[in-house]
Design a protein around this ligand. Structure first.
Ligand code: HEM
Length: 414
């Protein structure tokens, strides 16, 4: 293979993510030689690639200077892909202070550590149910049988969405986040597929809103449907976008941390044995899984004024892409960053972002991962790949779509 150079490296082409997974060697080179790099290629609009931990923190902490916009992530230009300013949804991720804080406050108390801890028993039950579902076999597709189901089940329960509709949520969520992946696409152009999925989401949530305004319950759908910003009702488009955001954001990311976590254990049997022997390691293990897998590849910011980072002149209007998985392998922050070490402490990873837009669902994701890996570690005696994994075609969220595994399972929870 030709040697990597700054001029030729590619961190955006989604087909490369399918073939090789994350471009860690490319990010390593960028961190070392050009941590604030003007990425200009024929297949995309130019942007600043930000690859160091410290710079992502500094940028995220200045939401006035580096604003979130409709453009959530950079991607290659492909036929039918909507332009970045196309507003498919209007939600927290593309809002800014002070509006952003007002909207976030509508549901934030349902995602605090205390609120999430109250769900622990329930999440444990769901995790056990997922593992029971594969217990009478020796092979399964871990993604479709387990890791995709858990986060969807948990968030759908929080919303009060009936089980019969979970499958549809799963399908629409895939179509919204992986529209350029042939398996997830909904037919027609990419834009048509996205619009169709959004329409179906919105129709469903409109009915849910109407119901919860009439028959309030103690669930997330009721909190949102009756939420208020600036002393008034949440406008329709923003309200439906909020529903879609919470379904989508919690789904794909946690799913991919779960799948990627098991994949990491299969590749590091010593770490697997360690966790099986000592379940008290579950918390640091989950943090390490999240650092290691970093399911969100990037989010973007746009500079609102001319400024400078590490001597590079950033102009007003320039796009900056924050590459979280790169920050999570930053040699300046992590000792042996390429080692999967479930005892790693401290573990200041940025997989959930930081500051203004810090992941609202971080506590929930942690809980889900702790429950599922506790269950798996207690019950699976042996696990290995039963075929090749299939990765999602995306430079935004890193996903494994299929992971066939072979395993031996104990009959009951330990
Ligand atoms: C391992 C799983 C997860 C990862 C890696 C992850 C990652 C992230 C990242 C990196 C951001 C920050 C975006 C930015 O700075 O622009 C974010 C924001 C967000 N996440 Fe997560 N997330 C995960 C799970 C969840 C879950 C379970 C939910 C549940 C609903 C969720 C809901 C959200 C929301 C609503 C935001 C927007 C927050 C805001 O803009 O104020 N995420 N997430």
């Amino acid at each position: 293979m030709a040697a990597l150079t700054l001029d030729t490296l590619d961190i955006l082409t989604p087909d490369l993510y399918v073939e090789r997974g994350y471009p860690h060697e490319e990010w390593r080179l960028l961190r070392r030689q050009a941590p604030v790099y003007w990425y200009q290629r024929d297949n995309c609009d130019p942007f600043w690639a930000i690859t160091r931990h410290a710079d992502i923190i500094a940028i995220s902490r200045q939401p006035e200077l580096f604003r979130s916009t409709q453009r959530l992530f950079v991607a290659i230009n492909e036929p039918g892909v909507p332009p970045p300013e196309e507003a498919l949804l209007r939600q927290l991720l593309n809002m800014n202070p002070p509006e952003h804080g007002e909207y976030r406050a509508v549901v934030s108390r349902r995602f605090t550590p205390a609120a999430v801890n109250r769900l622990a028993g329930h999440v444990q039950e769901i995790a056990a149910e997922m593992i029971n579902g594969i217990a009478d076999r020796e092979e399964c597709d871990f993604v479709t049988d387990v890791s995709a189901k858990l986060p969807l089940a948990v968030i759908a329960e929080m919303f009060g969405i009936p089980r019969s509709d979970w499958e549809m949520m799963f399908r629409l969520s895939n179509a919204m986040i992986g529209p350029t992946d042939p398996e997830y696409a909904r037919g027609g152009t990419i834009m048509e597929g996205l619009q169709q999925a959004r329409l179906e989401f919105f129709e469903y949530f409109s009915r849910l809103v109407a119901d919860r305004r009439k028959n309030p319950r103690d669930d997330l759908a009721t909190a949102l449907a009756n939420g208020r910003v600036n002393g008034g009702e949440i406008p329709g488009f923003e309200l439906l976008s909020y529903f879609a955001l919470l379904i989508i954001a919690g789904n794909e990311t946690t799913r991919n941390a779960t799948t990627g976590g098991l994949f990491a254990f299969i590749g590091h049997p010593d770490q697997w044995e360690l966790l099986k022997r000592d379940s008290s390691l579950i918390r640091p293990a989950v943090e390490e899984i999240i650092r290691w897998t970093s399911p969100v590849i990037q989010f973007n910011r746009v500079a609102t004024a001319d400024t400078e980072i590490r001597g590079q002149k950033i102009r007003q209007g320039d796009v900056l892409a924050l590459f979280y998985p790169s920050a999570n392998r930053d040699e300046d922050v992590f000792e042996h960053p390429f080692q999967f070490d479930i005892k790693r402490q401290p573990n200041y990873h940025l997989a959930f972002g930081i500051a203004e837009h810090f992941c609202l669902g971080a506590n929930l994701a942690r809980l889900e991962l702790q429950m599922i890996f506790r269950e798996i570690a207690a019950r699976m005696d042996r696990v290995e790949l039963a075929g090749p994994i299939a990765r999602m075609r995306s430079s935004f969220v890193g996903g494994i779509k299929h992971m066939p595994i072979r395993y031996r399972m104990r009959a009951k929870s330990a």
